[in-house]
Design a protein around this ligand. Structure first.
Ligand code: FMN
Length: 170
């Protein structure tokens, strides 16, 4: 199978740490190319048939800055035929009305451009009020909360990556 492209944005490093853990859980460098969206052209996403997109929510319901800077350029990419999984980091206590909104914003955009979403994740065990990342009662990707539940991060990553492996036949 061709390599998976894992593209993330991260302002204070938490999403980068999670991205590295996801890469390791999926088999490391040999399986997953890890790239910071701040350091690549968004057109590089077009090279991958399988993508994992990571974004924290910043500024009350908004994309992290580096993703915000390229969001319009995604319109030039044809995502049809691509399988895309999402993860986000956020703070369900401090920003309970906007928990993981950025993951939802990116998923909505990329699925409208043809991407097929995999890796839906249950909302059980989270205590937010509202989120733009909910689809039919589930998160549209892995929701990580390093601010309040970092003790659950490793186990969540293990379970979600096992699910992804199965869904994409890795
Ligand atoms: C000013 C500010 C605004 C934030 N807004 C949100 C938000 O609207 N929703 C959310 O879920 N988390 C929010 N967060 C929490 C961050 O998403 C969280 O700390 C994240 O893990 C940071 O990721 P990074 O270190 O990769 O940049 C906010 C944090 C700060 C400091």
């Amino acid at each position: 199978m061709a390599k998976i492209g894992l593209i993330y944005g991260s302002t204070t490093g938490k999403t980068m740490d999670v991205a590295e853990q996801i890469q390791a859980a999926l088999g490391g460098d040999a399986v997953v190319d890890l790239k910071d969206i701040a350091e690549i052209e968004p057109s590089a996403l077009a090279e991958y048939e399988y993508l994992i997109i990571g974004c924290p929510t910043w500024n009350i319901g908004e994309l992290q800055d580096d993703w915000a800077g390229v969001i319009d350029e995604l319109d030039d990419i044809d995502f049809s035929g691509k399988t895309v999984a999402y993860f986000g980091t956020g703070d369900q206590v401090g920003y309970a009305d906007n928990f993981q909104d950025a993951m939802g914003i990116l998923e909505e955009k990329i699925s409208k451009l043809g991407g097929k979403t995999v890796g839906y994740w249950p909302t059980d065990g989270y205590e937010h009020n509202e989120s733009l990342a909910i689809r039919d009662g589930k998160f549209c990707g892995l929701a990580i909360d390093e601010d309040n539940e970092s003790d659950q991060t490793e186990q969540r990553i293990q379970a979600w990556t096992a699910q992804i492996k199965q869904e994409i036949g890795l």
